[in-house]
Design a protein around this ligand. Sequence first.
Ligand code: S3P
Length: 446
Amino acid sequence: MAQVSDLRFLVTPGGSLQGRLRVPGDKSVSHRSIMLSAIAEGETHITGFLEGADALATLAAFRRMGVEIEGPRDGEVRVRGVGLRGLRAPDGPLDLGNSGTSMRLLSGLLAGQSFPTTLIGDASLTKRPMRRVTEPLATMGARINSSETGTAPLHIEPVSGLSGIRYEMPVASAQVKSSLLLAGLYAEGETCVTEPAPTRDHTERMLTAFGYPVQVEGSRIRLCGGGRLKGCRLRVPSDISSAAFFMVGASIAPGSDLLLEGVGINPTRVGVVNILRLMGADIALLDERLEGGEPVADIRVRSAPLKGIRIPEDQVPLAIDEFPAIFIAAACAEGETLLTGAEELRVKESDRIQVMADGLMKLGIEAEPRPDGLRILGGTLGSALASEGGGIDAHGDHRIAMSFAIAALRAGGPIEIRDCLNVETSFPGFAALAETAGLGIREVRT
Ligand code: S3P
């Protein structure tokens, strides 16, 4: 069979989103469910696991280190943990594809092993900054070689031991925090990480679910090495980052009324709800409950007129993956929206400030990129067809592709988006699910 080299979305304008949907499992929680269950003692039974390429890359990496894993089948996975010291040397480099979370968290988890590993990734991952983890890991005693610019491939050398550190993170990054905590499991003494602003706390919550003591006091997270994780049952909530496209879509498309079932509403992830509500969105959290240590709710979204806002900087880390979708909301809002304090968006799967500004301008929206954010003047979205020289380039970034697909709900003509294959990394089945809700989307593979 010929290899698919590109996936394009062709989306017809207009329509509304209706009905009940369940988006796939949370990517961050899925990664951690495999990592922690692999180094736990005994079996872990996971449900709701995200069968997207990123989480599957993590799963494949642990299989190659000798962990027996059954599934995933319909989101169900059984992992037979090998204990903290039971991983085996893989027979070659571990390819983590597009996944920054896999690479940064595995750097920490593998830094204290008695065997070497090499971590590699695709062109996008190979450009992303890794010094933010390799430098503090080095102060713990890790030996990790990267390229001259501090990027992958990462060669992790075996060491006889790590020692705990006290580390004040210069950037608000859950990946850095998690990487150091995972290394801390293997370190002598205490590892204490302080974050400059709250970031997603799935690692801390899940360590607790595995019976590993973690102390959280305000912005400080501490643990001691050498303990044990005990296999358990885990339920992965639906991913609020995937639900975000539908929250924006239902908000901007007149006549929409959509229910998103079982979505994770961890307080460190709800920035998108807070920001959209500030813009005037009609979002209700229903039947709030706790599932497997994570808060979950059904989210009802009805269309509402949106207004531009100055996005509060304290919401940035809480909505860090949702800005591409939020920018679409801003483009459909009345007046100006200003985002500042979000330079991290420039080093995600693509430079999300520039790539979103370019796409919005193609649709006729005034968008001014700034070093740390973006100013958007809401207006009327036009069309974007490649044949007319105006298709949107997703730059291989899953969230850019899905954001512009949703934008078609309010566009004046069809929108064509290229380089969408990586939607598979976080949201397999996006187009089919969006279509059942009312989006006129067609996939073209070439
Ligand atoms: C993630 C943390 C975030 C986020 C990424 C997943 C995680 O990155 O952007 O998609 O699972 O820890 P940073 O913590 O580096 O901002």
